[in-house]
Design a protein around this ligand. Structure first.
Ligand SMILES: CC(C)(COP(=O)(O)OP(=O)(O)OC[C@H]1O[C@@H](n2cnc3c(N)ncnc32)[C@H](O)[C@@H]1OP(=O)(O)O)[C@@H](O)C(=O)NCCC(=O)NCCS
Length: 174
């Protein structure tokens, strides 16, 4: 089947997408399921950060699916003294294994290259998160190495550092 995805700006009605991703399986590499309160805070944060120009979070929609299949987006971050973007994603269990995350991440990269003013888009999946590491490679990111990371707050993890040079996509100087 030929798959297509669309990224849609995160909206008021999208808490359900966060709830569908809040299973033990989906959060295995992210510190486990969050409380309803934490999800509501995340929902409010997604809306606020977009309004403030600090992040662009999207619902991932797939042709033929009635509900959004997941979330993806990017936000401003300072990394080793540089102003970069960080990206993160989630595709709900029933929709995995169809290449939807790869299509969504490519669309997210294109959005960051078009809408953003920073050169680097980075991702920090845990070193043992096989699916997310394969996803970075499939979407054209380059592995820069490993580093200690904190996620969720207070929990030390080991992460890979994947980078995408957005300047390679647009002739605009950054
Ligand atoms: C990571 C995730 C988004 C992948 O979604 P998906 O739609 O199934 O991914 P795709 O079908 O586009 O596959 C992307 C790549 O990952 C590989 N992959 C997918 N699931 C995998 C798994 N369980 N183990 C190893 N590789 C896997 C695919 O083979 C593909 O690589 P390839 O192109 O080299 O074959 C999904 O597993 C997820 O939401 N996980 C939980 C949330 C999470 O960990 N978020 C990331 C935090 S950094």
């Amino acid at each position: 089947m030929h798959e297509t995805v669309t990224l849609r700006r995160w909206g008021e009605g999208d808490l359900a997408i966060l709830e569908r991703s809040n299973t033990p399986e989906m959060t295995r590499f992210l510190g486990g399921p969050e409380s309803e309160e934490a999800l509501a805070n995340r929902q409010a944060r997604f809306l606020r950060l977009w309004r403030e120009g600090e992040a662009r979070m999207f619902a991932v929609e797939s042709a033929g699916e009635a509900e959004a299949v997941g979330s993806i987006g990017y936000w401003k971050k300072s990394w080793q003294g540089a102003d970069v973007y960080e990206t993160g994603w989630s595709i709900a269990t029933p929709y995995q294994g169809r290449g939807l995350a790869t299509l969504a991440l490519r669309a997210c990269v294109a959005d960051a290259a078009q809408q953003g003013d920073r050169r680097w888009l980075l991702a920090f999946p845990r070193t043992d998160n096989a699916a997310s590491n394969a996803l970075c490679r499939a979407a054209g990111f380059t592995l820069r190495g490993e580093e200690d990371f904190e996620y969720p707050k207070g929990t030390a993890i080991r992460s890979n550092v994947w980078a995408y040079d957005l300047a390679a996509l647009t002739p605009v100087a950054r």
